[in-house]
Design a protein around this ligand. Sequence first.
Ligand code: ADP
Ligand code: MG
Length: 695
Amino acid sequence: MNGGAHTLAEVPVSTLKGVGPALSEKLAKLGIQTLGQLLFHLPSRYLDRTRVQPIGGLQPGISAVIEAEIRACDVLYGRRRSLVCKVQDNTGTLTLRFFHFTAAQKQRLIAGARLRCFGELRRGGSGLEIVHPEYEVLDRGQPKPLEQSFTPHYPTTEGLTQPRIRALMEQALVRLEQQPIAELLPEALTRSLGQVPLSQALKLLHKPPLNTDLQAISEGTHPYQQRLVFEELLAHQLSMLMFRHSAKRATAIPLQDATGLTEQFKEQLPFALTAAQQRVTAEIMTDLAQPEPMLRLVQGDVGSGKTVVAALAALAAVASGQQAVIMAPTEILAEQHYANFSQWLSPLGLQVNYLSGRQKAAARRESLSAVAQGEAHIVVGTHAVFQEDVQFARLALAIIDEQHRFGVHQRLALSDKAPPGTTPHQLIMTATPIPRTLAMSAYADLDCSVIDELPPGRTPVSTVVISDQRRAEVIERVNTACQDGRQAYWVCTLIEESEALEAQAAEATCELLQSCLPNARVALVHGRMKSREKEAVMTAFKAGEIDLLVATTVIEVGVDVPNASLMIIENPERLGLSQLHQLRGRVGRGATASHCVLLYGSPLSNHSKERLRVMRESSDGFYIAEQDLELRGPGEVLGTRQTGAMQFRIADLGRDAYLLPQVNAAAESMLRHHPGHAQALLQRWLSGREKYLGA
Ligand code: ADP
Ligand code: MG
C-alpha cells in the first residue's frame, strides 16, 4: 500500500486556485468536496480535438475539428435570423450556423477565408451542420496547436462550465502527480487482475493521450475503466456485507417450537410439505433459534408454496410466546394472506389480526389494540404495519412477501417495532428467481433459501405462441372457455413507459372483447384505477362473478384464482421473460389443465422468437431467469432492485457482470483482512449515499 494513504481524499477542493465559496457550493451539488471526490468525478464522454478531420468522413452526433474554406456566407431570414456559412474542404461541404453574431464576425467570415472549426455535428436542412462552432480564421499567422490529449466532457451543474471544471481537474491532476491516490485493493488482487495503479487509471481517464482506444472507452471496457468498475462493484458489495454484519450484531429473541404447534399445524393441512418446503423450513428454524436476527431470503417460483413456509416460521414465534407480522405489497395480497392465515390458524386457537391503511377506523382501532396488548398472535397487513402508531407487544419475526417492493429503509423502520434492545428476525420471500451470481450481489446482505420444487399434481401450463393475425381464433377460444365455466385473463402489456397509455389500450381492448363476447362477463383492471376499484374487480373475479378479466400487468404479483385456467398475453415480446413467467403463474393453480397464449405482434424479430421459445419450452422460473439474463442482461432481471437501489457511477451490471464472482470473493477477503481499507473504499465510492453504509 502507498504511504500517505487517503490524504488526497481529505484535502478540500477549496485549496485549489480559484475555488471560492460560490464555486465550492456548485461542486458540492455534484457531491464534490475533496480532491479525491473531484478526481473520481469522471468524464461522461470525450471530444477529439487532437486532429483535423476530413468533412467527407463526419457523422452527426460527434464533435470534430475541421479545416475548410468559406464558399459563401449570408444572413438568412427564416424563422430566426441566422448567419449561414457554407464551407468546403477537398472531401465535402458543411454548413456553419450562427444565430447570434456581431457585425465584426460577419465581416471576417467572407468567401475565400480559411477556417479551423470545432463543434458538434448535426443533421441540418441541407446536410451536416455545426451550430455556433468555435472557430479561428487561419489566414493570419500560426493556428493554435492541436490538443495533445482527448478533451473530457464532464457531468456538471448549472453555472459550472466545461472549461472551468476542466481547469480544476488540471490542477487536481498536478496534485495527483505529487501525491498518488491511496491504493485500497490488496496488492495480490491488483496483481492478479493485471491492473494498473489507480492514479494512472484516473490520469488517463481525465486526459486520454493520443494513442488511447477511444472506442473501448466509449463502451466502458477499457482496462483503466474496468479497474475503477471493479472498485465500484467491490464498494457496493462491501457495503451490503457490512450492512449485514452490523445487522447481525443486533440481538434477537431466539424462537423455538417447544410446544409442537408447528407439528399440529402440519397435521391439519390437507397436503404434505414438499421436500423443498421441508428443507427451507428447516433452514429457517435453525436461524430462528439463534440469538441474532435471521436475515433470510426465500426464493420460490410462483405456486411453490411459500405461504405455508411463512406460516410455519410465524408459528415458531407464537410457540415462543412472541408475535409475528406478515407484510404484503398490496391490499389484495394482504387480504389473501389474512384469509389463508385465519383459516389455517383459528382452528389452533390463534388470533390473527389485519392492519391496512384503508380499514374502517373502528376495525383499525381494534387491531391496533390487539397488537399492542399482545392478544394478536399474528398480524397481517400492508405497509400500514410500519406506521408509527402501530405498537407491538412483543414482535420477534417480520415476514415480507414479494420483497422487491420493499426498500431497505422500510426494513429498518421495522426494527423499531421490536422490544427495546432486540431486532426482529426477518424473512423475505420473493417469486422472482435470480441467477446465482446476480443474487450474490443483489442480495449479499441476505442468506438465501430456494424452494426449487412445485407441489405434486400440477400440470404445467401449456404455452402456445400465436401471431396476432389470428386474434379472431383466440377470441373464439376464450369464448369457449367462458361458456365451459372457466375463467380467463387477457393481459395488455406496456406500450411505452406510460401507465396512462397502457390503461387506455386496456380499455379499448376491453370494449372490443365485450362486443365480441356478448355472453361473457368481461371486466377491466388497470394501474390507473383507485385501489378500492381494483380490489372490487379482483374480488368479483375471485368469486367467479367475472368470466374474463382484461388487465394490465398489475395482476403480476401473487393473486390466487384457482378457477382461472386460460391467459392471453398480448405483445409478450415487450416483457422480460421473468415477468412473463410471473404473469403465467396466475393460471395453473387449480386442477384443470391450463393454457397460456402468447399473442405476439408480427413480424417478430429473431431475438424475440428465441425468447418466446424459452417460454414455450420451459416452466422453470430459474431456467427462465438464466435465459433472461443471457438475452436481456441483469438490469432487466433484477428489475426494481437494480434501478431503485443499485445506482452506479461507472459500473454497468449488463456489461460488467462477468466481474461479479471475483468481486464477491474479494469483498469477503477484504472484510476479513483489511477492514480499514474496506471502510475507505466505501467512503470513496458511496459517501453521500448513507442508506448503504449501514445504519
Ligand atoms: P407462492 O409460493 O406462489 O406464494 P402459495 O403459497 O400461494 O404459492 O401456494 C400456492 C398453492 O399451493 C396454494 O393453494 C397452497 O395451498 C398450495 N400448496 C402449497 N404447498 C403445497 C403442497 N406441499 N402440496 C400441495 N399444495 C400445496
Ligand atoms: Mg405468494
